[in-house]
Design a protein around this ligand. Sequence first.
Ligand code: HAM
Length: 406
Amino acid sequence: MHDILPGETEKWQHAEKIILETVRLFNYRELRTPVIEERALFERSIGSESDIISKEMYTFQDRKGRNLALRPEGTASVVRAFNESGMQEARKVSRLYYYGPMFRYDRPQKGRYRQFYQFGVELLGGRSPLYDAEVIEILDTIMKNLETGGHYFGVNTLGCPDCRERYAGKIKSYLLSVSEKLCQDCRTRMERSPLRILDCKNASCKEQIRDIPSIREILCAECSEHFGLLAGCLDRKGIPYKVMDNLVRGLDYYTKTVFEVFRSGDDNAVAAGGRYDTLVSQLGGADTPAVGFAIGMERLITVMESPLPEVPALYLVCMGSGARDAGAGIASGLRMRGITVETDYDDVPLKAAMKMADRAGVKWCAILGDREMERGVVLLKNMSTGVQEEIAAASFITKAVERVKP
Ligand code: HAM
C-alpha cells in the first residue's frame, strides 16, 4: 500500500480529468459502491479457483460474525448494485463508471500493489459486438489523450459457456500429453481451470503449449460471428490490436470478448476487461449481457506523459505588520476572482522573499511594505520581464486581475 504525494497527485488529477471528460462524451454515469462487500459476492462471481479468491482477498468477520471482504475489483459490486436498484427496468442499456481503491494481497512488485485504484466502465444490457467496440474505443481515446507513447490492445474470445467447455475438453488431452513438463501450478490447474495454463508465465509451460489449438477453431457460429464483427469494427475505427490466443484472463465471469491494453514495449497490462453475459443472471438478476473494463490507475500514471506543473499565478510579499493585514485582504480579493495566490506571513527580508517567489515559479509578484502603505500603493512586478508597476491600493485588485488574467 502506498502514499501518493504532492508532485504525483497532480499527475493523478490530470489523468482523472481526461478520463472523466472521455466517459462523459459517451454518456456514462457514475456509480459509487462500498469498499466492503459480502465475501460470497466475489467468490460467486470471480470464481473460487482464481488467484484473487484463493490467495489474494482481504477477508474478515465483523462483530456479528458476517463474512466480509475488501473489494478486490469493481465489476461484482456494480452488478450487485445494478440488480438491487432496479436500474435494469429503467433503461435498456445502462452505461456506468466507477472509481476507487481495490485491495488484493498480491506479491508487491513493479505495477502491483495491495491497495491500488481502478477506474472502471461497465455497459449492461447490450449484446451487440458494437458495444464491445464502444468500451474499447473509450480506452483507446483515454490512452491517446494521455499521450502514453503508443499502445495496442490484445484481444481474444473465450466463447460462450458451451464453447468454453468444448475447448477445455479439447485442450485437456493435449495438456495431459505434456503434463510432465508443466509447472506445479499448471498441473493443479489441469482439472478445474485448464484455460489458465495458456497464460502461465513459466518458460517451460509456454514452450509446451506453443502449438496448442486455438479456441477460434471450435467456436459455435454465434461466438465466431461476434468475434469477426468486433474485429471488423476495430479495423474500421483504426484501433491497434493483436489477436492473442493466450489471453484468457484470471476471473471466471468472462464470456466471448476479452481484451487488455498495453503500452508498446511493456508486459504489464494498463487496463483489462471483457464481456460477461452470464454474471448478472448468476447473481440473481434477469438475463442481461454486459461488457466493461478497468484501468489500473498506478500503471496508467507510470506510462502517461506528465502534465505541465501548475504554479501559483501571484506571490504576495508583505513586510511589516500593517502591510501583512492589508496583504491578507488583497490575497482574499484576488482569490475570490479566481487567482491563485501564495504568500507567507513571516517577516522575511525583501530579497529572500523575492527568491522564494522565483523558486515558486510565479509570473507575478505583488509587494507591499511600510513605504507602499504610507503612499497608498502596491507594487506589481512581472517576474519574467522584470518590469515593476506602482498601482493605487484602492484599485489594485481590479488592475492586478487585468494583468494576471489578460
Ligand atoms: P483485472 O485484470 O483483475 O480486471 O484488473 C484490471 C487492471 O487493474 C489490471 O489490468 C491492472 O492494470 C490493474 N491491477 C490489477 N491488480 C493490480 C495490483 N495488484 N496493483 C496494481 N494494479 C493492479 C478486473 O478487475 C475486472 N473487474 C475488469 C473488468 C471490468 N472486466 C469487466 N469489467
